[in-house]
Design a protein around this ligand. Structure first.
Ligand SMILES: [Ca+2]
Ligand SMILES: [Ca+2]
Length: 269
């Protein structure tokens, strides 16, 4: 009598595949892919948003550092630098200051101040990229016959008489044309008093923001000189609410802050 035992076979009786053997059906595969797509989509959007937040933050810090560098330059040289022109490779124009060639529509003079990161031509670039449109802009007041950019001009003029005139409005619609009744300058663009964030700025430093390469023609951004703005450069700038139509990032140096540093450095009074 043979007590043979049938060899163990895998699988279920009748040869039907087990769950592990049969794999996924097309329907199951479709469901898995759908879930993966949902997960990826949910991750990708925050990633691009995170990059924007990082670029914005990097630019804000850069602008703040640039403002500090301006003050350091003023303490060391007894004047502010002129903006660089589009052809001066990041060097102030003219070299040595005085009457600036582009007081209201120039670039931050990174080569003169000694700041990085710069592009291949020597211009400071913001956190959004390294194209020409990403170059950091800089404007300086021409008040008191260019006293701020002339060596010892601030001392010669005197703290009380010195009246820096760059204005920052909170909206492009509030940038007005002369004639006006506000002091100190009644001959150039100014901010309506109800929309004025500053009126004694010595210098303005700004980035064209994320839309630099394609935007910049909106009612607000057009007042901050950029390749697509149609408004002539003037002393009024706009710092509107960040949004679809305005993403410029702008900081300014006030008269009080600069004078404080100059006095501390023994340059004034
Ligand atoms: Ca912009
Ligand atoms: Ca303007």
């Amino acid at each position: 009598m043979n007590d043979t035992v049938a060899p163990a076979t895998e699988g279920s009786p009748c040869g039907a595949p087990t769950l592990a053997q049969r794999g996924f059906t097309l329907v199951e595969l479709a469901i898995v892919m759908f879930i993966v797509a949902l997960l990826l989509g949910g991750m990708l959007l925050p990633l691009s948003a995170q990059q924007d937040v990082r670029s914005y933050g990097d630019t804000q810090k850069l602008l703040s550092d640039a403002r500090d560098a301006l003050q350091g330059f003023a303490m060391a040289n007894d004047r502010l630098p002129c903006p660089a022109s589009a052809a001066s490779n990041g060097v102030e124009s003219p070299v040595g200051g005085g009457v600036c060639t582009n007081p209201h529509d120039g670039f931050f003079p990174a080569a003169t101040v000694g700041m990085a990161p710069v592009d291949g031509s020597g211009y400071l670039v913001d956190g959004w990229g390294s194209d020409i449109d990403n170059r950091v802009r800089y404007a300086v007041s021409t008040a008191n016959t260019n006293a701020l950019t002339t060596v010892s001009g601030m001392k010669t003029t005197g703290i009380t008489a010195l009246l820096p005139d760059l204005e920052i409005c909170n909206s492009g619609a509030q940038v007005r044309i002369p004639p006006v009744i506000t002091a100190p300058d009644t001959t150039t663009m100014y901010c309506h008093p109800s929309a004025r964030l500053a009126q004694d700025a010595v210098a303005v430093i700004y980035s064209l923001g994320k839309n630099a390469g394609t935007g910049g023609a909106g009612a607000d951004e057009t007042h901050n000189p950029n390749p697509r703005s149609i408004t002539a450069a003037d002393r009024a700038f706009v710092n509107a609410q960040q949004g679809t139509n305005f993403d410029d990032q702008i900081v300014w140096l006030s008269k009080g802050t600069l004078l404080n540093r100059m006095v501390a450095a023994g340059r004034l009074p």
